[in-house]
Write a protein that binds this ligand. Structure first.
Ligand code: ADP
Ligand code: ZN
Length: 610
């Protein structure tokens, strides 16, 4: 086929030969086409959706250099290394370079010796850089993490506002703005601020079908976490999110003692230690990063197999962004969370005690309620998530509520008992004491206050403490009870409690389920992901992993830059005996075939002979 004149065919040819992929995903082909024809585009795609190809391929198709604006300076080196592995001429310009290094790259840009250049926004705005671009041939501008232009978002970067200069000074150069932030307000702001009124908009589904969502009742969080990792993700790379710096340190230590390699990451750490831990997480295999939400923006490690939450996030937006860091390579991954009474109390308290104004507190409170709704739902988690972002969905079959439907029951009587118990102790006592009274526990405090004389004493002795905690948690989540943080965390009835107490409103509850200890899998099959390989294939895969570690070290790049797990799994299945056998494997482009092909074939031949 003559691919010279047909841009679509040329794009596909680059996809195959450079990147080693056989087909475009989702809207990639259309987006590439718009850019190739000189048009502008706004791309909203979830993390892992494949945004990079949307500008990398048009940059290769068009004359001149593709200029990528990105705030993530720390990741530029890896991005450039990854492109070099693919045989693409790439470089970056940022403040980490010496004057000489920068000058050398500028010269290459001017001479058209380069396909892609990554530039930090503040660098781009300097007269020196703008003059350089005036003097060079530019294929396109890609504005990555475009939501940074939004003043209301949490990643606001003032330099982004000035990026409208690009349109004014280079009106004929096509621009593409990309983000994984979904909401309409951010989208409108990007369009307005970057003058993208004429851009084609591409909004993808935000579903991440390969991620399995699981939210379990917290009983002993760290033990449950350990169980989860050992049974489902032994040897895998993952992120564990905790609320406080102290807890980050503690959990990292705990996991290390349990035989894993876990590293802490939080904003209170020395910047050097933090950067080193991040680099290790990116470069080494099977590291568990224990972190506060300070960790994660722009982490494009594709083989993060799980994201775990030991504390409740403040909002679904936050939860989705954090869990979205799992499984960017499209193969199975887990989003796991342990959640309990204390989380509800703690998050409500943080809102109550913050210095923010009332409007802000109300917004936070609505967001928290949505998050609680997700935790307590009896329906598909994914449906809840996607509905929250305004997308329709049906039960997914890949979340805990789909796989193991929770049992619901009419909990009206139980909740009434609980509410009465709170009322009878004059709404002056916290959860522990109220539950003691309910269960008829003869504690010192009970005797001191003569609460054993109350009509509610012992009316809940038929249920365990764990069961009552689950009921109490749901009553708080449903807004029937509030915790008064000014008065020793005393439980109080809300207005919504009255109709329940009067028997006018039934309450449906989720049955407490005792955590079951999961069967431990042999550590060798790192996670359930590798299943589907025969014993021989597994041996080849394991050997390839070793080879990748060595090779990555030699080239000083993260392992996934050499090959993704998915690619190696496919190689293990295909057992190629020649370069042409290897050529068809997804993720093996021409450059990698040339660099590594012979080695891999030899390695497989040797294994099969033995
Ligand atoms: P994003 O920037 O949207 O989070 P990336 O551009 O990093 O996502 O892509 C996520 C992963 O998917 C990468 O590992 C990439 O190589 C892979 N990928 C992207 N497009 C394709 C495709 N058409 N076929 C196969 N893999 C793809
Ligand atoms: Zn589901």
């Amino acid at each position: 086929m003559n691919t010279r004149d047909d841009p679509g065919a040329r794009a596909l040819h680059i996809l195959e030969t450079v990147f080693g992929y056989s087909s475009f995903r989702g809207q990639q082909a259309e987006i590439v086409d718009v850019l190739a024809q000189g048009g502008d585009a706004l791309v909203l795609m979830p993390t892992g959706g494949g945004k990079s190809l949307c500008y990398q391929i048009p940059a290769l198709l068009r004359d001149g250099v593709g200029v990528v604006v990105s705030p993530l300076i720390a990741l530029m080196q890896d991005q450039v290394d990854a492109l070099a592995e693919l045989g693409v001429r790439a470089a970056f310009l940022n403040s980490t370079q010496t004057y000489e290094e920068a000058s050398r790259i500028e010269r290459r840009v001017r001479n058209g010796d380069i396909d892609l250049v990554y530039v930090a926004p503040e660098r781009l705005m300097t007269p020196r850089c703008l003059d350089l671009l005036e003097a060079s041939k530019i294929a396109l501008f890609a504005i990555d993490e475009a939501h940074c232009v939004s003043q209301w978002g949490h990643d606001f970067r003032p330099e982004y506002i000035r990026l409208s200069v690009l349109h004014e000074r280079f009106p004929t150069v096509p621009r593409i703005a990309l983000t994984a932030t979904a909401d309409q307000q951010t989208r409108d702001e990007i369009i307005r601020r970057l003058q993208l009124e004429n851009a084609r908009q591409f909004v993808s589904s935000f579903d991440r079908p390969n991620i399995r969502y699981q939210i379990v009742e917290k009983v002993n969080g760290r033990k449950q976490l350990l169980d989860f990792i050992q049974s489902e993700h032994a040897g895998d790379a993952g992120v564990v999110y905790c609320l406080s710096r102290k807890k980050v340190e503690e959990i990292a230590e705990f996991l290390n003692e349990s035989g894993m390699t876990a590293l802490p990451y939080h904003a209170g750490m020395d910047i050097k230690d933090r950067t080193r831990n991040q680099a290790r997480f990116l470069r080494e295999e099977g590291i568990v990063m224990v972190a506060t939400i300070a960790f994660g923006m722009g982490i494009d490690k594709p083989d993060v197999r799980f994201v775990a939450h030991l504390d409740l996030p403040k909002s679904i937006e936050g939860y989705y962004q954090e869990t979205g860091r799992a499984g960017r390579d499209g193969t199975p991954a887990s989003a796991w969370m342990a959640y309990g009474l204390q989380d509800v109390v703690q998050q409500r308290r943080m809102i109550d005690e913050s210095d923010a104004d009332e409007t802000f507190k109300r917004v936070q409170s609505v967001k928290l309620d949505a998050m609680l709704g997700l935790c307590e739902t009896l329906n598909c988690r994914r449906m809840r998530l996607l509905n929250y972002f305004g997308e329709d969905a049906s039960p997914c079959g890949n979340c805990d509520t789909c796989l193991n439907p929770p049992i619901s029951f009419d909990g009206t009587v139980e909740v009434q008992k609980l509410l009465s118990a709170v009322y009878r102790v004059d709404q002056r006592f916290g959860a522990g004491h109220v539950l003691d009274v309910l269960r008829g526990i003869d504690s010192e405090k009970v005797r001191q206050w003569r609460h054993d004389k109350l009509s509610t004493f012992g009316i809940g002795s038929d249920r365990s403490e764990a069961e009552w905690r689950a009921i109490l948690r749901q009553a708080i989540a449903l807004g029937l009870l509030a915790v008064d943080h000014d008065a020793y965390s005393a439980l109080k009835l809300t207005d919504a409690a009255r109709p329940v107490l009067r028997g006018e409103k039934p309450v449906q509850l989720r049955q407490y389920q005792k955590p079951v200890k999961q069967r431990r899998q042999p550590a060798k099959t790192a996670g359930y992901v590798e299943s589907g390989l025969s014993a021989e294939e597994q041996t080849i895969f394991d050997r390839l992993r070793w080879w990748r570690v060595e090779t990555a070290r030699k080239h000083n790049v993260p392992a996934y830059v050499i090959f993704h797990d998915a690619t190696m799994r496919e190689i293990a299945k295909a057992k190629p005996a020649s370069l042409s056998d290897l050529r068809g494997v997804s993720g093996v482009g021409e450059k990698k075939l040339e660099t590594y092909g012979e080695e891999i074939i030899a390695l497989i031949a040797e294994l099969r002979a033995s």
